[in-house]
Design a protein around this ligand. Structure first.
Ligand SMILES: Cc1cc2nc3c(=O)[nH]c(=O)nc-3n(C[C@H](O)[C@H](O)[C@H](O)COP(=O)(O)OP(=O)(O)OC[C@H]3O[C@@H](n4cnc5c(N)ncnc54)[C@H](O)[C@@H]3O)c2cc1C
Length: 648
């Protein structure tokens, strides 16, 4: 084979938790797997996850009575009924397996201490006796939007512990990892995905990896919000954008963007929801605990969309603390005490000390909401198969598997990466066992040629166009200002026009550094158009969705509208087309009928048709589009009505 073509069974684009867990499953089934990553896998964004991973282990007193059905209920309510309920159900069933698996491979979970324990609940100190027989079991803490304490944690470094353990398994299995290597386009023949064109970030050279299955596990696209995100600088959404570029594979629910309530002001570094789970609270500039009045039932532990909105409103009303960088609120965890902070919230302690120069045991933490999580992504079915191209899969934050709908619950993402990694990895292994690698090498060489021309074009441009980082910063301001926590039709229209202008600017932008090899500016320039196109799908999708659901809040359409919008947005946009096209599919089979979430607004436009009618439409649509294919029969995992025992 040509030296510029490499062949493997499974190509996994992304070395975070989702990609690595998926690779382990494929390799364990005897297939050759190759992982690509922008950075050494242990520096993937998964490493930054702090507070916990949800799984209904029911090991401590406040988790008593928890089980996968209660976890399913919380997840669907958290999603504001935007989630695929079958997927949420599969997920809740398998999350406990994922947590125990991690314990088995070395994650040092924080443990239950039998006997008398001091906790803070809703800001009050309480004493609870943990059963002595539970001493030493995996412990759990409270998180937002859940009925039980369910977040398993390794202090506040859960992602770090999980990723190091999973990566050690990758090493043990001898899976090949090529870091500092970026997938820049997908190779396909219109119906099958054949692999990807990749670019070495050290030399700038391009080559192709041909594979029987290609898995995109590239994480979220938070960086389209510029500085207003808790995401790492590598979270630029390239996996989603190369799928979008095909014009064949749709992205799902791109307008569903999560804002996390507590990121440090002004750096945007996150402090975990575990701070509020362990008893911390939010204060305005007058040190008033506003969440008690605004959300009496869940207070600071309503879902993230609800808390972020209240915080944004409090600041709009002038009760934020003014600074040259804009207003912020306070997070108070002083009362929790240094001993707790330096053990169970150790990473928060360190972050406050290193990035703010304060001790959180003595001082208030300045926080404000910023972009945090991408619920949208490459639309896949239950098995992780992307729509449109056989042999293409997606998993983790890059995918819209769709257990989060319009709002992800804290702790459900780490769990998703591992649960979905295992499930999708099994399906990939099954797929690979049934196909042989037959690819037209001419298609691959053409794709390499196109990628090389793109890089050359950037390096040879001259003139006085804008710089790529200037365009990036302008995009962040537009996204946070006009496609943020509160959205209106007028502002979204403006955002669409302004992003359109940035796309034109991008076509004329020039580089300062013309080196073809190690050149971060060139690497970024090659991603910039994709980021702008993703941003456009978010803004246009948000403009089209004339309702409010979860994190998508339209001030001009403030009600959730289950009559017209109980559906998922799909967007296609081939690279050569001037504008994206939108369509919609039903959310999926409904088991828990739409209702009040138990926090946030109870006002909504109700669905008029019956759940049975809706479900018939779902099955019709799925059959029509051939999207039923799955290793499980449709709905086999959904034990209809099991939730009824838990809803009074
Ligand atoms: C600060 C912070 C704290 C969080 N805390 C929690 C928490 O406590 N609990 C929870 O459940 N969730 C948490 N989350 C969310 C969770 O961490 C992420 O959603 C999850 O880890 C994503 O994992 P992933 O494997 O999908 O992607 P990532 O971990 O982001 O990995 C993506 C991988 O793709 C690679 N990559 C990207 N593009 C390319 C390309 N084009 N070519 C090759 N490789 C590429 C990257 O190098 C990386 O290896 C947190 C998120 C943040 C930002």
């Amino acid at each position: 084979m040509n030296a510029r073509l490499i062949a493997t069974d499974v190509l996994i684009v992304g070395g975070g938790l989702a990609g690595e867990r998926c690779a382990i499953e494929a390799a364990a089934a005897g297939h050759e797997a190759l992982i690509l990553s922008l950075v050494p896998p242990r520096r993937s964004h998964s490493c930054a996850a702090q507070g916990g991973m949800q799984a209904s282990l029911a090991n401590c007193a406040k988790a008593e009575g928890d089980n996968p059905t209660v976890h399913f209920l919380d997840t669907v309510r958290g999603s504001d009924w935007g989630a695929d309920q079958e997927v949420a159900n599969i997920f809740a069933d398998e999350a406990p397996i994922a947590v125990r698996e991690l314990a088995h491979i070395g994650v040092p979970w924080s443990r239950v201490r039998g006997g008398n324990n001091h906790y803070f609940i809703k800001g009050e100190e309480v004493e609870i006796d943990e059963a002595l027989e539970n001493d030493g079991l995996i412990g759990q803490r409270d998180f937002g939007g859940t009925a039980k304490w369910r977040a398993c944690y390794a202090a506040a470094g859960t992602g770090h512990a999980a990723l190091y353990a999973v990566d050690s398994e990758v090493v043990r299995l001898g899976i090949t990892v090529r870091d500092r290597t970026e997938a820049v386009s997908l190779i396909h023949d219109g119906s099958r995905c054949l692999g990807a064109v990749v670019r070495c970030l050290r030399t700038g050279e391009h080559f192709a990896v041909l594979a029987k299955a290609t898995v995109i596990a590239t994480g979220g696209y938070g960086r389209i919000y510029g500085q207003y995100t808790s995401n790492a600088v590598i979270n630029e959404g390239t996996g989603a954008s190369i799928a979008l570029d095909t014009g064949i594979v749709p992205l799902g629910n791109m307008e569903a963007v999560q804002f996390h309530p507590t990121t440090l002001m002004p750096s945007g570094i996150l402090v975990t929801e575990g701070c509020r789970g362990d008893g911390g609270y939010l204060l305005d500039k007058n040190l008033n605990r506003f969440m008690v009045e605004l959300e009496p039932a869940k207070q600071e532990l309503a879902s993230r969309d609800v808390v972020s909105r209240h915080m944004a409103q409090v600041m709009r009303d002038g009760d934020g603390v003014d600074t040259p960088y804009g207003p912020h609120l306070w997070l108070d965890i002083r009362h929790i005490g240094e001993a707790h902070l330096r053990t169970k919230l150790l990473e928060v302690w360190d972050i406050c000390r290193d990035f703010l120069g304060i001790s959180p045991a003595e001082e208030l933490i300045p926080v404000r909401p910023t972009q945090h999580y991408s619920m949208g992504g490459i639309r896949v079915n239950k098995d992780g198969e992307a729509y449109g191209l056989a042999g293409l899969f997606a998993v983790g934050e890059a995918a819209c598997w769709d257990m989060h709908g319009f709002n992800r619950l804290g702790g459900n993402s780490l769990a998703e990466t591992l649960v979905a990694g295992r499930i999708v990895g099994r399906c990939v292994a099954k797929h690979v066992a049934g196909v042989s690698l037959r690819a037209d090498t001419g298609v691959a060489l053409d794709a390499i040629g196109a990628a090389e021309r793109r890089a050359r074009d950037w390096l040879t441009r001259s003139g006085n166009g804008r710089g790529v980082y200037e365009i990036r910063d302008a995009l962040g301001e537009i996204m946070m200002g006009k496609v943020g926590i509160f959205r209106t039709g007028d502002e979204l229209n403006e955002a669409v026009a302004e992003i359109g202008q940035l796309l034109d600017d991008c076509d004329n932008a020039v580089l300062r550094c013309k080196d073809p090899g190690v050149n971060p500016e060139l690497g970024f320039a090659l991603r910039l158009k994709g980021m702008l196109r993703l941003a456009m799908t978010v803004a246009m999708g948000a403009h089209a969705r004339t309702e409010s659901r979860g994190a998508h809040f339209r001030s001009d359409f403030p009600l959730r509208n289950d009559e017209e919008w109980l559906n998922r947005t799909l967007v296609h946009w081939a690279l050569e087309e001037s504008a994206p096209s939108f369509s919609y599919e039903p959310t999926g089979l409904i088991d828990l009928p739409p209702g009040h979430r138990g926090y946030g607004s109870d006002q909504r436009i109700e669905m008029k048709q019956s759940v049975d009618n809706y479900n018939e439409t779902v099955l019709d649509e799925q059959t029509r589009h051939g999207r039923l294919q799955s290793s499980e029969d449709m709905g086999s995992r959904l034990q209809r009505g099991a939730w009824q025992a838990y809803v009074h």
